[in-house]
Design a protein around this ligand. Structure first.
Ligand code: B3K
Ligand code: ZN
Length: 874
């Protein structure tokens, strides 16, 4: 496979103004008729051939303006069809046959359970019909869906239903019309025996919109939270961005087999059932919050993505980075904002930093790709969102809103580029954002080394910042970025933010300074006492910042920083320092000694409490093994696991009474509600329980068993069960696991959790269990949720067992990748990620991981897996 380059972009030879589709559905052979109204692109030369993408289609008929084409009048390849010498404007009719039943890649039209559904982004529409399948071709669509009255009583597509009727032989049809021009990737069709929950929403201009969530009958009681989230998101987008919904109907459909979380098809969002269904008994707090975030995200795409879309797939972050920023802002507003930010950053620094440091590192706007399906990454999404967040902070929220208003009005109905977006921000703010644009073209995580010095004699504080971005594949040299650093100087005597003056200008007590050069010095004057600097508040830029803090400095910031995020981060840094010592001790075979400062800092946290219990729970949480690994030059999985476990157990022993009290004070019988208060309370109680269970004392075991048996809500049940199953005691683990498995065998989303929590147990049998569970009747490699729950969780979260020195963990993952490469290349190329990070480990593991990558490379590979494996072995 050959890479495609951004620099080769050319507009298409023909545009489509209107697309008329007819689907005659049958699982084995579905007939698709397409009538395209085509016109030469004004910027393209006469004679340029028409190119239509098409894959795995069986062409039955083709005609121009009603005249059937002879063989020889068009050229057909495995990738599509071209016609030379077509008129300037004409109507093209095609008819193809496809087989939804055999579509295991879940791209295009496929079957999920008993229903038909589609996934077209990025390039799935070409598996449905011949079409210029690129986002800069936008057409209005009319879609007629013909199905079986009993098998598919419900027939859905984009837009509004305009006609329906019965046909002979127990068939019926519905015709849908979508008046908003859209690229083919936003097309959707769903047909099956579905039931709906309906609600209404009145838009800001007083229009009445019908809201529907379509599910299988047994899930009708799991839609309330998604519906509530949808209405909150619709209102929020009106208030925060002035964006109103633009059709009379908005539908969400839940499907069990889905490659991603959800898809923003115009008027007909299709969701992975895991991203829409919730019930207190089946979904955890985290799942409730995830559903709220994803429902909002897909809804927000109606403007940032659908009304204004991407010119080409290199611009993917234009819609994804912006929309993630929008959903994060929404979630922060409807939940606890500090805890949302902590969660985002903690995930980002673990997963995106690892991507940016690995062989698949790429800029937010890549220069080239082989398979666009591989670019739905943390860099495009989350780093893209961080860059939009920086923009919003640079220009200020009100100006940012002016910029987004301008962007939406100027480009409504168009397919545009990242420059178009940033130019709007530059225009409304008058700021020069040229250097800032490098964030989009340069891969890798910038590293900032900071040094500070207080000059007692002159009451000055001197801060030196140096930036450098490490080389990434294809980008050996990096340029300096424009990095906004929010900071405060916290007085060591007063414990308060000091007011800052820089170059004669008063900055206040919390300010942003701009790092633009490789190295810059900032001298703050009139600083009346020696400060500890609080840098990168709120994670004001997606960088790694190091400062030679002492443990006393960090304990001080943990207690006094006015920025909640940096209070949390100081705790993380303090814990990491303690971990460094313990990791070294473990490696050198020296006895491990617990840092008493850490114990005292944690004791103080518990004693002081926090109005926001979720924040306190986060502060008490130790950094994950994956995040700890990110900080190490060479990852020693066993030492990390041992060191972290040692800290956890030491804290549990030293603070046993405090943790028990914390647990008991936060127990509640109140009816479940996914409110920030309740979620915080549960988080706090469960973090206390996990410390207590780490020493497996009898009281803790009783508490965990009682919490499991009380069966109050899934958050508590799952946490209790996880702790029991992750313990060393099979006498307490096995009965609970069996009971849970029996009780929930009918519910695939709960069974996903049952799989995950078993294969993430640190005990040595985890790998055997993973292999054994792959044979379980509830498991299937064809269902992405199952693959993620079992294989993804084992390889991504069970580090000690995945990285076993006998290489069996790697072998398991490679076996799965090889099978999935044939079934579902997109999922195969994602699940392989842990193997691609081989450079981070010791030589023995490197060799084992590489050997598995080589074994995969020996197969006949899909472009998806090929691209990742080649990069990993390059
Ligand atoms: N836009 C979709 C992504 C689908 C990608 C599939 N290869 C989901 C989202 O970001 O909202
Ligand atoms: Zn998105």
């Amino acid at each position: 496979p050959q890479p495609i380059h951004l620099s080769d972009y050319r507009p298409p030879a023909y545009l489509v103004s209107r697309t008329e589709l007819t689907f005659d559905l049958a699982p084995g052979t579905t007939r698709v008729k397409a009538r395209l109204h085509l016109e030469r692109h004004p910027e393209r030369e006469a004679g340029a051939p028409l190119w239509l993408d098409g894959e795995q289609l069986s062409l039955k008929a083709i005609a121009i303006d009603g005249q059937p084409l002879e063989e020889g009048e068009y050229e057909l390849t495995r990738k599509g069809l071209s016609i030379t010498g077509a008129p300037e404007a004409f109507v093209l009719d095609t008819e193809v046959e496809i087989s939804p039943e055999d579509n295991t890649a879940l791209s295009g039209l496929y079957r999920s359970g008993g229903m038909f559904c589609t996934q077209c982004e990025a390039e799935g529409f070409r598996r449905i019909t011949f079409y210029p399948d690129r986002p800069d071709v936008m057409a209005t669509f009319s879609t007629t869906v013909i199905g079986d009255l009993t098998r598919e009583p419900v027939l859905l597509s984009n837009g509004n239903p305009v006609e329906r009727g019965e046909l002979p032989d127990g068939r019926h049809f519905v015709t849908w019309d979508d008046p908003h021009p859209k690229p083919a990737y936003l097309f959707a069709l769903v047909a099956g025996d579905l039931k709906k929950v309906e609600d209404r929403f009145t838009t800001m201009s007083g229009r009445d919109v019908t809201l529907q969530i379509w599910v299988e009958e047994e899930n009708l009681d799991k839609t309330d939270h998604a519906m509530g989230s949808l209405k909150r998101a619709m209102r929020w987008d009106e208030e925060a961005y002035g964006r109103e919904y633009d059709l009379d109907l908005f539908m969400i459909v839940a499907v069990n087999d889905f490659n991603m979380g959800a898809m923003e098809n115009k008027g007909l969002n299709i969701f992975n059932s895991a991203a829409v269904l919730t019930h207190p008994n089946t979904a955890t707090d985290a799942a409730f919050q995830r559903v709220e975030g994803i429902v909002a995200h897909e809804y927000f795409h109606n403007w940032s993505g659908n009304r204004v879309t991407c010119r080409d797939w290199f611009q993917l972050s234009l819609k994804e980075g912006f929309t993630v920023f929008r959903d994060q802002s929404f979630s922060a507003e409807v939940n606890s904002a500090p805890v949302k930010r902590i969660e985002e950053v903690s995930f980002f620094r673990t997963a995106q930093f690892a991507e940016d440091a690995g062989p698949t590192a790429h800029p937010i706007r890549p220069d080239s790709y082989i398979e666009i399906g591989n670019f739905y990454t943390l860099t495009i999404y989350e780093k893209g969102a961080e860059v939009v967040r920086m923009l919003s902070n640079l220009v200020g929220p009100e100006t940012f809103r002016k910029g987004s208003d301008l962007y939406f009005s100027r480009f409504d109905g168009q397919a545009v580029t990242i420059e178009d977006f940033v130019d709007c921000m530059a225009e409304v703010s008058g700021q020069d954002l040229e250097q800032f644009m490098r964030w989009y073209s340069q891969a890798g995580t910038p590293e900032i080394d900071a040094f500070g010095e207080y000059d007692y004699a002159n009451s000055r504080y001197r801060l030196i910042l140096r930036q450098r971005t490490p080389a990434t594949p294809g980008q050996p040299e990096k340029q300096a970025l424009h990095i906004p650093i929010r900071l405060g100087l916290v007085g060591t005597k007063s414990g308060r933010d000091l007011s800052m003056t820089l170059d004669g200008e008063s900055l206040g007590r919390d300010a942003v300074i701009h790092l633009r050069e490789d190295e810059q010095e900032f001298i703050f004057t009139d600083i009346e006492e020696a400060p500890v600097p609080s840098l990168l508040r709120g994670f004001s830029a997606p960088v790694k910042l190091s400062f030679p803090y002492s443990r006393e400095d960090l304990a001080f910031l943990m207690a006094h920083d006015s920025d909640g995020f940096n209070r949390w981060d100081a705790g993380q840094r303090l814990t990491l320092l303690a971990l460094d010592d313990l990791i070294a001790a473990h490696r050198n075979g020296v006895e491990k000694v617990m840092d008493t400062r850490l114990v005292e800092a944690f004791r103080a946290l518990i004693e002081e409490g926090n109005d926001d219990k979720a924040v306190l729970a986060e502060m008490l949480q130790l950094p994950s093994e994956a995040y700890i690994a990110e900080q190490q030059p060479l990852v020693d999985v066993d030492a990390i696991h041992a060191a972290r476990t040692f800290i956890q157990q030491s804290l549990a022993q030293e603070l046993r009474d405090e943790l028990l009290a914390l647990y008991r004070d936060n127990q509640s019988d109140a009816a479940y509600a996914p409110t920030p208060e309740q979620i915080g309370q549960r988080a706090l109680k469960n973090v206390a329980l996990s410390y207590l269970m780490s020493i497996e004392d009898e009281v803790a075991i009783e508490l965990a068993q009682a919490q499991f048996e009380a069966d109050h809500n899934m958050t508590d049940v799952r946490q209790a069960l996880t702790l029991l199953v992750h313990s060393s005691r099979s006498d307490i683990a096995d009965p609970a696991l069996k009971a849970f498995g029996r009780k929930w065998s009918h519910d695939p989303l709960v069974m996903d959790q049952w799989f995950s929590l078993q294969v993430t147990r640190p005990q040595a049998d985890a790998l055997d269990r993973a292999r054994y569970l792959m044979e379980h009747p509830a498991f299937s490699l064809k269902n992405p949720n199952k693959v993620r729950a079992l294989i993804g969780a084992f390889a991504g979260q069970n580090r000690v067992n995945f990285h076993r020195l006998d290489g069996e963990g790697y072998r398991l993952l490679a076996d799965v990748v090889i099978e999935l490469n044939r079934l579902n290349p997109e999922i195969a190329a994602r699940i392989i990620t842990p193997l691609t990070r081989w450079q981070r480990f010791d030589e023995a593991r490197q060799a084992l991981m590489r050997a598995e990558l080589e074994r995969i490379r020996g197969e006949e590979l899909s472009p998806n897996v090929y691209e990742i494996v080649e990069k990993a072995l390059a």
